[in-house]
Design a protein around this ligand. Sequence first.
Ligand code: PMV
Length: 328
Amino acid sequence: MTPTPGTATARAYPNIALVKYWGKRDEELILPVAGSLSLTLDALPTTTTVRLAPDAEADAFALNDAPQTGEAAARVSRFLDRVRGLAGSGARAVVDSRNEAPTGAGLASSASGFAALATAAARAYGLELAPRELSRLARRGSGSAARSIVPGVAVWHAGDDDAGSFAEPVPAPELRMVIATVDTAQKAVSSRAAMRRTALTSPFFPAWITSTEESLAAMLEACAAGDFTRIGRITEAHAMRMHAVIQSCDPPIRYLAPASVALFDRIAALRGEGLEAYGTADAGPNVCAIVRPEQAEELADELRGLGGRLGLGAEAVRVVGPGPGAET
Ligand code: PMV
């Protein structure tokens, strides 16, 4: 199908970090305090259409068919201003976005959302951006979106400036991830606000920065070596460190729920029984475990059993794999 000039549709998938991004060195440019590494998933995408509306006075943004106002709409408009600046255009746009993941539930909907928006808007406004430039653009919407431009395992280089802070693919062994959804409610404190509070109030924040740099260097080595055990150990330790530094804020923030802790305990116990999996969790209560492909279904069955006892629904546990980068 020939694309209509001024209209573009893009799809992007969420990513789950194995080495987390937590904290900004530059709030305006969204430069992180350290690099990070993630797996872009093959499920729960965001699909976004951007249609230029040269006669309109304002941008319009709908999410899952619901017209958005306030900060959600303003954030999309500010992002479009950046695209308009690059394209030398003043045209407003109509943005229609559909999320298959629950929004704001710690399942990286802002990553897939801004990666899809960056890709669709760049095309609709006639920009020809290479993946690195698209990644930099997506970063300005939401830091983790820089990684959802990239298929599979992606490293986001912290960079010294705007030009150096982008994500790119890294070779890694085949992984699967089992997602256990504990709660789909919008989180109480946004990751943006919580990152700021962590940087301003946690006495552990400087150690978090240096240890993240070390974890990323070790993770890149483990990926290159195809060493699943090392990848897993770094993943789980680093997730626990992120939640520890978040909990050490004043006032404290706790994203993990009792069910999340029970899942982490079960994953550790399963390791003792020969099912080698490692857990992680973003800024929310949902737990994701990495596992070798051949053990993914067994792990999912185990976590479904526990999920049932914890009162989680039958749909709460699913197996996902490495997914594609953002595409129009
Ligand atoms: O991109 P943001 O501002 O939604 O931050 C996401 C931060 C975490 O998901 C908690 C960690 C990460 O690296 O994705």
